[in-house]
Design a protein around this ligand. Structure first.
Ligand SMILES: Nc1nc2c(ncn2[C@@H]2O[C@H](COP(=O)(O)OP(=O)(O)OP(=O)(O)O)[C@@H](O)[C@H]2O)c(=O)[nH]1
Ligand SMILES: [Mg+2]
Length: 374
C-alpha cells in the first residue's frame, strides 16, 4: 500500500460510503425577520425540487400568512439511487419589537435541543432508529435594504453561526437593481468579517480543479440572493412556463442566474455541498456541543467530589467531636445545678420541719400554761 492510498487522500470517498449506506437525512432551517419570504422560499424550493410535491395548495395557503410556530415539513428525494430524507424547518419571523429575544431564542433553543436529544439517544443501550432533526444548514434571510446588516441580524447570526452551518441569504432579490445588489453583498461580507460572524464556506478542494472552481464561484456569490414565487408558474411563451414574479416591466425569474442566486443555492444545498453540510454538522457543531456539555457536567461532578475529599472528612469529624463535647459539658453543668437545687430543697424542708416542730412545742407550752392557770 502506498502513502497515497491511505489517510487523507482517500478520506472523502470513505466518508461518502459511511453516509450512503443508509441514505441521508438532511435538515434545512429558514430564519430571519418577519415578512421576508421565508415560507414562500420553502414552497418554491419544494415546487422546484419534488416531482410530486407535498400538498402545495395547503402549504401555499399557510405560507401567505405569517408563520406563528416552528413547522417541520418532510419529503423524500432520490438522487442516483441515493435516498435523502429532507426536513425543512420554517420558523416565525422576528418582529420590530424592542426586545426581540423572545422571537429568536426559541430558534436557537431548537438547534441546541436537537443536539441534546442526539446525545441522549446515543447514551441509550439500543442504538437503532434515532430521531435526528439536527439542523445541517440554516438560511438566514436579510432584508434587502441596500444599506447593511441591522444590529438584530448581527446578534442572531452570531448565535446561529456557532451552532450550525449558517448561510446568509438576501431576500426578495427582485427589489434591488443589479448594481445595488452587488454593493449590498460586499457591504454584508465586510460586516460579517468585521463582526467575526461564523458562516458556512464551501471547502476548496485543492486536488480537484473543477470542484475548487465551483466552490470559489459559490464563495464569490455569497450572500446568495433569492426570489420566492407563488404557486402558479408564469407563461412566458405558448406552453413555456417559468417560476417568478410578474411586474409591469417584466418577470423576475427564480431560476434565472442573472436575476438571483436561487439555482446556485439549491445546487449547493441539495447536490454539491449536502454531504459536507451533514458531515460538518456532525464533526464540528455536534462535537463542540457535546464537548461543552460533557465539560460542564464534569465541572459539576468535580464540585461534588470535593465534598468527599478526605481532608474535608477530617475537618467534619473534628467539628462533630467538638460539638459532642460541648453538649456533654453543658449536660453535666445542668445536672450539677439540678443536684444543687435538690440539696437546697432538702435543706429548706428540714428547716421548715424544725420551725414547725418549734411551733408545735411552743403551742404545747401555751396550752399547758393556760390549763395551769385554770
Ligand atoms: N417582492 C418579493 N416579494 C416576496 C418574495 N418572496 C415572498 N414575497 C412576499 O412577501 C410576503 C411575505 O412572505 P412570507 O413567505 O409569508 O414571509 P415570511 O418570511 O415567511 O414571514 P413570517 O412567517 O412572518 O416570518 C408575501 O406577500 C410574499 O408574496 C420575493 O422574492 N420578492
Ligand atoms: Mg413564514
Amino acid at each position: 500500500m502506498t502513502v497515497d492510498q491511505v489517510g487523507i487522500a482517500n478520506l472523502p470517498n470513505q466518508r461518502f460510503k459511511i453516509v450512503s449506506k443508509e441514505g441521508a437525512t438532511f435538515t434545512l432551517m429558514v430564519a430571519g425577520e418577519s415578512g421576508l419570504g421565508k415560507s414562500t422560499f420553502v414552497n418554491t424550493l419544494f415546487q422546484s425540487t419534488l416531482k410530486t410535491p407535498v400538498d402545495n395548495k395547503a402549504r401555499y395557503k399557510r405560507g401567505i400568512h405569517a408563520t406563528v410556530e416552528i413547522e417541520v415539513t418532510r419529503a423524500e428525494l432520490e438522487e442516483r439511487n441515493f435516498k435523502i430524507r429532507l426536513n425543512i424547518i420554517d420558523t416565525p419571523g422576528f418582529g420590530d419589537n424592542v426586545n426581540n429575544k423572545d422571537s429568536w431564542q426559541p430558534i436557537v433553543d431548537f438547534i441546541d435541543d436537537q443536539h441534546d436529544s442526539m446525545m441522549k439517544q446515543e447514551q441509550q443501550p439500543a442504538r437503532g432508529d434515532k430521531k435526528d432533526l439536527r439542523v445541517h444548514a440554516c438560511l438566514y434571510f436579510i432584508r434587502p435594504t441596500g444599506h447593511s446588516l441591522k444590529p438584530l441580524d448581527i446578534e442572531v447570526m452570531k448565535k446561529l453561526g456557532t451552532r450550525c452551518n449558517l448561510i446568509p441569504i438576501i431576500a426578495k432579490a427582485d427589489t434591488l437593481a443589479q448594481k445595488e445588489m452587488n454593493e449590498f453583498k460586499s457591504r454584508i461580507r465586510q460586516v460579517i468579517e468585521a463582526q467575526d460572524i461564523r458562516i458556512y464556506t464551501p471547502p476548496i478542494e485543492l486536488d480537484d480543479q473543477a470542484s475548487s472552481d465551483h466552490a470559489k464561484s459559490l464563495i464569490e456569490s455569497m450572500p446568495f440572493s433569492v426570489i420566492g414565487s407563488g404557486e402558479d408558474e408564469i407563461e412566458v411563451a405558448p406552453g413555456q412556463f417559468v417560476k417568478g414574479r410578474q411586474y409591469p416591466w417584466g418577470i423576475a425569474e427564480v431560476e434565472n442566474e442573472d436575476h438571483c442566486d436561487f439555482k446556485k443555492l439549491r445546487s449547493l444545498l441539495l447536490r454539491t455541498n449536502m454531504l459536507d453540510l451533514i458531515l460538518s454538522t456532525q464533526e464540528l457543531h455536534y462535537e463542540s456541543y457535546r464537548t461543552l456539555k460533557l465539560e460542564s457536567a464534569e465541572t459539576g461532578s468535580k464540585r461534588s467530589r470535593r465534598l468527599h475529599n478526605p481532608k474535608f472528612k477530617e475537618e467534619e469529624e473534628a467539628l462533630k467531636k467538638y460539638f459532642t463535647e460541648q453538649v456533654k459539658a453543658e449536660e453535666l453543668r445542668f445536672k450539677q445545678w439540678e443536684q444543687n437545687i435538690v440539696t437546697e430543697r432538702h435543706r429548706l424542708n428540714k428547716d421548715l420541719e424544725e420551725v414547725q416542730a418549734t411551733i408545735k412545742d411552743l403551742e404545747e407550752q401555751v396550752k399547758r400554761i393556760q390549763l395551769g392557770k385554770k
